[in-house]
Design a binder for this molecule. Structure first.
Ligand code: GLU
Length: 315
C-alpha cells in the first residue's frame, strides 16, 4: 500500500455544508482520485457541544448525494478509527504528553479580553500574535494564578522560519515566533486544539495529502513544527482558493442560500458539481458533471491561486 495517495475530508460539522466546504471537498477528492488514491472522512467535532452527531450524519448524506464517496471513516468506520475527533482525546493526550516531556508546554492564564486588547500585535489575517505573557511565569505565580482560573496550555515555539511548497499556492513560510507566537495545544476545559488533533489524526490515518481552504494556509507552519516534534511524517499540502460571495465577502455557514439545503432544492448534484468545477477552472463552461467525469482532466495547475468571486447568477 505504500506510495498510495490518501486524501481526506475533515469537516467540522457545526452546520450544513456550504459551497466553500464543498469546493474543497471536491478538490480533495479529485486530487486523491486522479492519483488512483483513497479518501478518508474524519469528523472534526472536537467541540462536541457545537457539533452534534446529527450534523455529521447530514454531512455524510450530502457528500454521498454529490457523488463524493469516501473509502473509509465517518460512520463507515475502518482500520484507522476512531474517525470522530470527539472520541480521540486519549490519543491526543499521548502526543500532548510527548510535547510536555520535551519541556515545551506551559500554562497560559490570559483571558480572551486580554489577548484581544487593542495593544496586542495582530497578524495580517486578523488573529492575535501571542506576545508570550505567560511564557516565563515562576512556579509560585503559576500556583497563585491557578487558584483563580484553570489555564489553557500553549506550545513554546522557536524563533525559526518554517516553509513549505504548497501544491496550489506555491511557497509559503512563516517565522513561528514572530508571525504567530506560542500557540494553544489544549483549552482550559481540557479539549485539545485543532492544530494538535489534526496533525495527530492525519499522521495516524496515513494521510499523504491535505487539501483544504486557503484560510488554513497559515496554520501549516505550526503543524509542520508539530510533525517534527512528534517525529511524524508530514503530508503534502494544497490550499485551495476561497469562494467569495458576489459582494466580495467570504462565504460562510451564515450564507444560508449557499447551504446545501437550499442548493439541493434548486439543483441536481451534477449541476452543483459542474458549476463549482467551472468556478475553479476545471472546465470551460458550467455544464453538469459527475465528480468521476472530472478525474481524467484534473490538475492543480488549472486551479486559480486567488480567491474566487462567484460569477453572478452561477448559483
Ligand atoms: N475542520 C476544518 C474545517 O472544517 C478543516 C481542518 C483541516 O482541513 O485541516 O474548516
Amino acid at each position: 500500500m505504500s506510495g498510495e495517495a490518501v486524501g481526506r475530508f475533515a469537516p467540522s460539522p457545526s452546520g450544513r455544508l456550504h459551497l466553500g466546504n464543498l469546493a474543497c471537498s471536491l478538490l480533495a477528492w479529485l486530487s486523491a482520485k486522479s492519483q488512483g488514491g483513497r479518501v478518508v472522512l474524519r469528523i472534526e467535532d472536537l467541540d462536541a457541544a457545537r457539533c452534534p452527531r446529527i450534523y455529521a450524519d447530514q454531512l455524510e448524506e450530502d457528500l454521498a448525494w454529490l457523488g463524493l464517496y469516501w473509502d473509509e471513516g465517518g460512520s463507515r468506520g475502518g482500520p484507522k478509527g476512531p474517525y470522530y475527533q470527539s472520541e480521540c482525546s486519549g490519543i491526543y493526550l499521548q502526543s500532548y504528553q510527548k510535547l510536555e516531556q520535551q519541556g515545551l508546554v506551559y500554562p497560559c492564564f490570559c483571558s480572551r479580553a486580554q489577548l484581544h486588547a487593542a495593544s496586542a500585535p495582530h497578524r495580517s489575517d486578523g488573529n492575535v500574535i501571542y506576545p508570550g505573557t505567560c511564557r516565563a511565569l515562576s512556579p509560585e505565580e503559576i500556583e497563585e494564578k491557578s487558584r483563580r482560573r484553570p489555564p489553557a496550555w500553549r506550545l513554546r515555539v522557536p524563533d525559526r522560519e518554517i516553509g513549505f511548497e504548497d501544491r496550489c499556492m506555491g511557497w509559503y513560510s512563516e517565522n513561528l515566533l514572530r508571525d504567530c507566537g506560542d500557540f494553544y495545544l489544549r483549552r482550559a476545559d481540557g479539549i485539545f486544539a485543532y492544530q494538535l488533533a489534526g496533525v495527530v489524526d492525519d499522521a495516524r490515518m496515513g494521510v499523504t495529502e491535505v487539501v483544504r481552504g486557503a484560510d488554513l494556509l497559515s496554520s501549516t507552519p505550526r503543524q509542520l513544527y508539530l510533525y517534527e516534534l512528534l517525529g511524524l511524517r508530514a503530508p503534502k499540502f494544497a490550499h485551495c482558493p476561497l469562494l467569495l460571495a458576489e459582494d466580495g465577502r467570504r462565504l460562510s455557514k451564515r450564507d444560508g442560500d449557499q447551504s446545501l439545503e437550499n442548493l439541493r432544492a434548486r439543483y441536481s448534484a451534477p449541476e452543483i458539481v459542474g458549476r463549482l468545477a467551472f468556478a475553479y477552472g476545471l472546465q470551460p463552461e458550467p455544464a453538469p458533471r459527475t465528480p468521476e467525469s472530472l478525474i481524467p482532466d484534473f490538475s492543480w495547475d488549472k486551479v486559480p491561486k486567488q480567491d474566487i468571486c462567484l460569477p453572478e447568477g452561477l448559483f
